[in-house]
Write a protein that binds this ligand. Sequence first.
Ligand SMILES: [Zn+2]
Length: 538
Amino acid sequence: MTRHALVALIISALVVAAPLAQKNAPAKPGGNAKLDALKQEAVADVESRTQFAQQMVDQIFSYGELGFQEFETNRYLIDILKKNGFAVQEGIAGIPTAFMATWGSGKPVIALGSDIDCIPQASQKPAVAWHEPMIEGAPGHGEGHNSGQAVNITAALAVKKIMEREKLPGTIRIWTGTAEELVGTKAYFVRAGFFKDVDIALFTHVGENLDVSWGERAGNGLVSVQYSFVGETAHAAANPWRGRSALDAVELMDIGWNFRREHLRLSQRSHNVITDGGDQPNVVPRTASVWYYFRETDYPHIKELWETGDTMAKAASMMAGVDLLPTKVLGSAWPQHFNKVVAETTWANIQKVGLPQWSDEDQQLAKALQKELKNPRAEGLRTKLSDGLQGPVRENTGGGSDDIGDISWNVPTVTLRYPSNIPGLPGHNWANAISMATPIAHKGVIAGAKVQAMTLLDLVSRPELVEQAWKYFKDVQTKETKYEALIRPQDTPAIWLNKATMDKYRPEMKKYYYDPSRFKNYLEQLSIKYPTVRTTAP
Ligand SMILES: [Zn+2]
C-alpha cells in the first residue's frame, strides 16, 4: 500500500470508528489499529527529538530561576514555540513570566502544562553525588521543574506534525506553571478565563516513576498568607516604653499558633517564615511580617485554618499594641482531583512505553546519592512500573500541594509523572537537583513525551474520550463539591516575590548559562565526569 492510500484509509477508519465507539462506551483505550500506527509514528518522532529535549532540559536547569522571576526561561520557551508555529500570548493574567501558546483550530482544545520555577538555596553541580553548590546560597532546580516543558513541547511537536498531515482538527495549548513553588498563579489563570474553552488539561510533573492517578490525590490544598504589623520605633534602651514592637506581634502570633497546633486535625500542615523581623536591635521594630502556609485536605478546612490564623494575628496585634495591616494572599491551591477517563487513557499508554533503559552509570549515580543521604536501601532507579493504575487515596493524611488542583476542579485534568529523578530524596533540596541535567533526566523526559504524545493522539482522534471525561467531571467529581477560589477579589499575583534574591545571584549565575552551540550537553560545558561519585566513604 502506498503511504497516501494508508493515510486515506486511516482517515476513513477514524471517521467510521468515532460514532461507533461513542455508542459502545466506555471505549477501550488503544483498541484502534490505525490510531496505534499513528501513535507508533509519534513515538519514533519523539525519539528523533532526543537532542532537542536534552537541550531544553539543560538550558532551563542552567537558568535556575525562582518563582515569578522566570524571565530567561520564558523568553527561551516562547522563542521555541514561536519558531514552531505557535501563537503566544505573553504576560497573561497580570503575570510577566506566564504565557499561553496556541496552535491548531477547533475542538478538542488540549492544554499541556508544566511548572518552570526552582527552589531557594538548591544550587548544585549536576551528576555530583554529594552537596556541592555551583554558587553558594543561589537557587537551583532542586525539584526538577526544568524538565516538564521539554516533555510537553517535544510531544506537541511530534503530534502537530501528524495532525497537519492527517488534517485532524484540534487545538494544542502550551502553558507554564509559573511560580508553582509559591502556588502563585494557577488560580489567577482560572480567574482570568484561560481554561474556559479547554476540554482537557494534560499536566506533567517530574517524578521517580512513569505514573498517573485518578480521583483525590494524597496531599493538601493551601492558602499562603502574609501578616504585616506596624508599631512605633523608639530607642530600645533609653525609651523602650515609647515604642511598640511589630516583631512582638509576629512572635506572639507564632507562639499562639504553635499552642493551637496540638488541637488541629492531623491532616493539617502549617509553617511560616518571618520575612521582616525589624532592622537592628537598638531600634524597636516599627514593621514586621510573617508569612504562613495553611494546608488542609479540603476547601472548608483550609478556610477554617485560615480563619484561626487571622484570629491569632488580630489577638497578637492587640497584645503588642500594634496595627495589623490588611492581609495579603500570596498563593493558593485547591487539593488535587484527577480525571478517571484521562488517567485510564494515559495509563494504557504508560504501559506501552515502559521505563527507560538505565545505564550502569545512571544506576551508579542514583545509588551513590542514596547512600550519601543515608538511605537504608540504596536501590537505585526504578526499573518497574507500579502494579496498576492508582485510584483515589484511601485515607488522606495530608502532605504537599500543587495549584494544578485549581485547574483540576475546572477542567478534566491529570498529572503525568515521568522518571527524571532519583527515588528516596528529601524534596526541595540540592539532592533533588543532581539528576536533573544528566542522562537520567533526559531519558525520563523522552519516556514522558512519548506517553504525552500518545495521549494527545487519543484525545484528538476519539471524541468519545473527551465526552466521557466530562461525564466523570460533572457526574462524579463535581457532583457535590463546587470550586470556589481561595484567592479573594482584592488579591493579585505576588509578582514582586523573589526579585531581590534573583537580582543578587543572577549576575554570577549568568556565567554558567548553558551554551548548546558550543557544548553537546551541560555536563560537558561544566567539565563534570558522569557520574562523579565518592571512591571512599565520606
Ligand atoms: Zn513541583
